[in-house]
Unconditional design. Structure first.
Lengths: 114, 112
């Protein structure tokens, strides 16, 4: 098992550009989520999904879109990047999204918006 | 709303010292509580968890007890090693599930 994989590892964008951060898991997990990590603020939930075709907003969803067409993949789209979106982004997955099941994190994508 | 507050770091200890990292929470209902660890350049890993009051989570010599009366979940280890140097995050998952709330993280440095 590869676990949770994320691409790219690093990305630099200019303000206004768009891009998609990729996340995939091979553990047949129903629950997937995206977080951003900023210094002194811990991780904050952006969006999550409890299964293919189902997504919902977390704490900080503005400026980000998600979709879940397959169980394995959960891409995060930035439609028009802003410097405030400079952060480290983590994808995570678990079997159910409840406390019964362990949440597994990917290695992260470091994004800089100039 | 729900929130988690943990002690600011960094915390610097010598090898074999006793570790405590304080964590308190605010939540309605009966959340589940977690400690995650992040090693340099990596994603977070679950360290331990407790899902109801008075439960004690433990793993790799680390322990934390879910204290509802003080809304706390302090992390302890009796004898730290250099390899424990990392950032530690306290977190809660509310009763309904799906949305984990993290504290700001506490960086631990252990000197040989």
């Amino acid at each position: 098992n590869a676990g949770v994989t994320q691409t790219p590892k690093f990305q630099v964008l200019k303000t206004g550009q768009s891009m998609t951060l990729q996340c995939a898991q091979d553990m047949n997990h129903e629950y997937m989520s995206w977080y951003r990590q900023d210094p002194g603020m811990g991780l904050r939930l952006i969006h999550y999904s409890v299964g293919a075709g189902i997504t919902d907003q977390g704490e900080v969803p503005n400026g980000y879109n998600v979709s879940r067409s397959t169980t394995e993949d959960f891409p995060l789209r930035l439609l028009s990047a802003a410097p405030s979106q400079t952060s480290v982004y983590f994808c995570a997955s678990s079997l159910s999204g409840t406390a019964r099941d362990t949440q597994y994190f990917g290695p992260g994508t470091r994004l800089t918006v100039l | 709303g729900n929130s988690v507050t943990q002690m600011e770091g960094p915390v610097t200890l010598s090898e074999e010292a006793f570790l405590t990292i304080n964590c308190t929470y605010t939540a309605t209902g009966y959340p589940s509580l977690f400690w995650y660890v992040q090693y340099p350049g990596e994603g977070l890993q679950l360290l331990l968890k407790a899902t109801k009051a008075d439960d004690k989570g433990s793993n790799k010599g680390f322990e934390a007890t879910y204290r509802k009366e003080t809304t706390s979940f302090h992390l302890e280890k009796g004898s730290v090693q250099v390899s424990d140097s990392a950032v530690y995050f306290c977190a809660l998952l509310d009763t309904g599930g799906f949305k984990t709330i993290f504290g700001a993280g506490t960086r631990l440095f252990v000197k040989a």
